[in-house]
Design a protein around this ligand. Sequence first.
Ligand code: NAD
Ligand code: ZN
Length: 364
Amino acid sequence: MKKLLKYNSCNVLISNNLFNELNYNFNIIKNKRILIITNKLIASLYLSKLKKLFDSVTNYLKYIIIPDGEKYKTMTTVNNIILILLKKNYDNNTIIVSFGGGVISDISGFIASIYKRGIDIIHIPTTLLAQVDACIGNKNSINHKYGKNMIGTFYEPKLILIGLNFLNTLPKKEIYSGLSEIIKYGIIMDKNFFFWIKRNLENLISLKLKLLYQCVTTCCKLKVNIINKNKINNTSRVLLNFGHTFGHAIEKYTNYNYWSHGSAIAVGIIIATYVSLNLNIIKIKHAKLIRSLIIKAKLPIIGPKNMNVNDYINIIKYDKKNNVDSINLILPVSIGTAKIFCNVDKKIIIKSILDSKQDLLSKI
Ligand SMILES: NC(=O)c1ccc[n+]([C@@H]2O[C@H](COP(=O)([O-])OP(=O)(O)OC[C@H]3O[C@@H](n4cnc5c(N)ncnc54)[C@H](O)[C@@H]3O)[C@@H](O)[C@H]2O)c1
Ligand SMILES: [Zn+2]
């Protein structure tokens, strides 16, 4: 197990196999009440192994198993968990271990941040998407009927433990979903990484360990880099939302069912790229490169068939980046660079959604 990086006081450790290589001095856990939050699927695969791992450092370990799925990333789930914590009288000496994908880390992080004004949390991400993105960066959120991730906090975990072994049981469609956020990093901030992904995509999909290690490491570093920059320039962090305005609209429209987060973001990346094309801020050559990498990663480029332009507009007006009536978007300018554009013309947005529906880039 290697130390990947440290941001503020949080260590991020990475290993090929968390259960065989965890040589970490768990001082932060000693004499604490450990509460694992996970879902049924992950529990059936890995919970007994994880419990064994913590056995030597604590004599108090319990777990809560919640239903699987984005549609449970709600206040109802948060309330149910908090009710258990209060009933069992969990105190400030409790440490939550979030054990799962981004849904679990978002819910658990939110609870840790508000329960008794904040208790400790460790993340053990088990999806590619959570390892490269959701677990890093201190943000957590839950969905609301008015939109995705509408309620949340910033809260720093004590430790993040990444085990690449978890990806062996992940369905391929969840690997593709993770690739969407990985491609996002390349487009918004690192041209060389974009072309590295392009060269190594097949081996990443087939989980070649050395490449996966390099990929997860690069993404974590890129994200921490952008977050650190945020302390100086608070517009940089918002770049991470590239593709998310339209992507979140798709997730909400489909009731957080059927579309994985990454698939929705892939279409969001494509629509944002059409907005750039229609504003003449990106070359066709670069837009085509983005489209072809998304396709190569087996991600969709067209949103739900029955979702029309008004459906998108009605949802994106609630996006967190907007101010009152102005729609603000993160748009690609070239491979490796993106910027925030404020008050983007609604007509351009509408045209871009329609262009994406026709896959216009395949015809020019
Ligand atoms: N807080 C942030 O900064 C941030 C960043 C990016 C994404 N997110 C959030 O993350 C969520 C998406 O995360 P996700 O893609 O991990 O989805 P997810 O948590 O729903 O996991 C996807 C599926 O994989 C299953 N799974 C998890 N680990 C597994 C394993 N090792 N083997 C087999 N199956 C496994 C899960 O049970 C689930 O069915 C979204 O809610 C998104 O908003 C948050
Ligand atoms: Zn995302």
